[in-house]
Design a protein around this ligand. Sequence first.
Ligand SMILES: [Zn+2]
Length: 272
Amino acid sequence: MYVNLKAASENFQGASRTIQPVTLVGGRAASCLDLDIVAERLPGQPLSYRLQDSATSRVLFQISWNDLEDRLKRAMLAYFYEDYARIKEHLVFRKVYGYATRPVSYLKNGALVQVECGTFPCMTCGIILPDHLITIDHHKPQQGGEALALLKVFRACGWTLKGPWGVLGRTYQEHAGQSWIDLATAIMDTSRWPGIQPGVSTVHDLDYEDRHTLNSEGILIHSVLVWSGDIARVTQNCMDSLLNLKPLCLSCNASKGKKILGEHTPDTDDDA
Ligand SMILES: [Zn+2]
């Protein structure tokens, strides 16, 4: 299990308790002095959480434990491998980043020969390489990019004030309530993709604050993850999710200050 919410649910004592709301504003952690979260288990009902205004008790967002778990599963599992480098095998990743069988030149017995290989383009310089020579890079670096990686996934789930810009993030958001199969089918729809353009960053400053600030649903889900002790694990899953990974050649990967194959850097970014 990727989170301990189940344990948090089973260990839940009493009829209700208050959870401290913790949000992200402009990509930075912030407390919510004017909000409360109440976890409650009414007789015969599943555990549920509600986010409410402290002064008026007006409910801003409410969710049952079952629905919360379902949303997290959809957010995490669809895009996550234990070994993130294996994302190269993922059909959706291959679609998004231009994987194809292409002729690759080799020298054999003094002659140039073309061998058909599964290949990716490097997303920085555009060189086509056989997939075993492509490295996997994180859009948001592991050192310092944790909140941004989390927000990238939360944004695609519709849990921020403003939604994603990138095709992948927008497609995900449109199908957030549907099955993984429906989502994958939509992403695989070639008409959505204008074509891979290595080296072209899609960073947008417009609405940066709102795209990096949690909405009511995001505050509730984030706070429950902090409370249950799951936030570090979920953040790592977001870091290694398909939304945060891209193929690079070793040279482009290393030129950004990396020491080891597959390590992470501060970098420019595609704000999917
Ligand atoms: Zn490159």
